[in-house]
Design a protein around this ligand. Structure first.
Ligand SMILES: [Zn+2]
Length: 353
């Protein structure tokens, strides 16, 4: 199932009247933007996804449509400048919101690491943008923009987006695995994002699936990530094929009948089957969603992934857990930040009352 053209589940709106932007004017044509139909008179949110190479950000309507999309190299102004890039993009989007006569009601930021989501402070383990370690992003940017800012792990945010508007809409529980450069996870259980006691909830890339396995960047051994992330598939493929290759090429060669590449793909499927079985047997969620660049390569060999999973998972648990391999568009991660705003607005309102 694709997450495109989502039909929205009603979502809590953030509009608490806090905005650094002019209130929308009443009258004809308000909110009419470049694409014709903006979010007329409604609040919009800004979703930001901080990646190792690119920061993507957008204005997102209450129904999940991305009205404006901006992106820039994470370190556009040089090493250690991710924060400046985020600030630049936020300024551009606030300007676009003013031009559309819509009010920005909140900003949600997904970062590739562990986050203290309650305070909106980035943790120490922030891959690819280490300059953000310990940064109190929510407080810093909230004071500058005059709107609530929420920060969470990027895959937690992506899980919220698919739960709110996409392939996981309406599920009571879901697990998102994002297989890209690394391997991140997000867990929603009984209608709540499971962040864990200190923000490590959902770090499924670093569950060990082979206790004799290779060392992992996290300091562990035999982690799921070391077998199924795009980086690791490329590295393993390169070692076996004797030349540098990327993960997509490993899958392409396997599909074309290359036995060496196919053996690598076999290992990927087996490892992923074991990793997914941990999720299915351990949590038995209603839905498991696979996303990220590697998921695109897995789509054509979905039957192999399912066969590997069936070898390890309880059959009765598996028949109640629905697995989807998604091909998400570039707006998906931007929707993640927006979904985080809606989720946190509702959660904090409920907690207060
Ligand atoms: Zn690890």
């Amino acid at each position: 199932m694709e997450s495109e053209a989502p039909s929205p589940r009603p979502s809590p709106q953030g509009g608490e009247g806090v905005s650094g932007n002019p209130r929308p004017r009443r009258g004809r044509g308000q909110g009419e933007g470049a694409r014709g139909e903006g979010a007329r008179g409604e609040g919009v949110t800004i979703g930001v996804d901080v990646g190792g190479t690119t920061v993507a950000a957008g204005l997102v309507a209450a129904d999940g449509r991305v009205l404006e999309h901006q992106q820039a190299p994470t370190h556009a102004r040089g090493p250690g400048t991710a924060l400046e890039t985020i600030g630049d993009l936020l300024e551009q989007l606030c300007e676009q919101a003013r031009a559309r006569n819509v009010t920005v009601t909140g900003v949600g930021i997904g970062v590739p690491g562990i986050v203290d989501a309650e305070r909106g402070t980035v943790g120490v383990d922030i891959h690819y943008a280490p300059e953000l370690a310990r940064a109190p992003l929510a407080a810093m940017l909230g004071a500058r923009l005059g709107v609530p800012v929420y920060v969470d792990n990027d895959v937690n945010a992506l899980a919220l987006a698919e739960w709110t508007w996409g392939a996981g809409r309406g599920a009571r529980s879901l697990v998102m695995l994002a297989l890209g450069t690394g391997l991140g996870g997000g867990i929603i259980l009984d209608g709540r994002l499971h962040r864990g006691q200190s923000g490590f909830g959902g770090e499924l890339g670093h569950v060990p699936i082979d206790f004799h396995g290779p060392p992992c960047i996290c300091g562990g051994r035999g982690c799921l990530k070391a077998y199924v992330s795009g980086t690791d598939i490329g590295l393993r493929g390169g070692e076996r094929l004797g030349r540098p290759v990327g993960a997509p090429e490993v899958f392409r060669l396997a599909a074309a009948g290359d036995a060496v590449a196919d053996a690598v793909v076999d290992e990927v499927c087996a490892a992923l089957g074991a990793g997914l079985a941990i999720i299915v047997n351990g949590l038995n969620p209603e839905r498991v969603l696979l996303a990220g660049s590697v998921a695109k390569s897995l789509r054509p060999i979905e039957a192999r992934v399912r066969a590997a999973l069936a070898r390890y998972a309880f059959a009765e648990a598996l028949c109640t857990t629905h697995l989807d391999i998604l091909t998400l568009d570039k707006d998906a991660t931007v929707r993640g930040g927006a979904a985080l705003v809606h989720y946190e607005t509702q959660r904090r309102r409920t907690t207060r009352s």
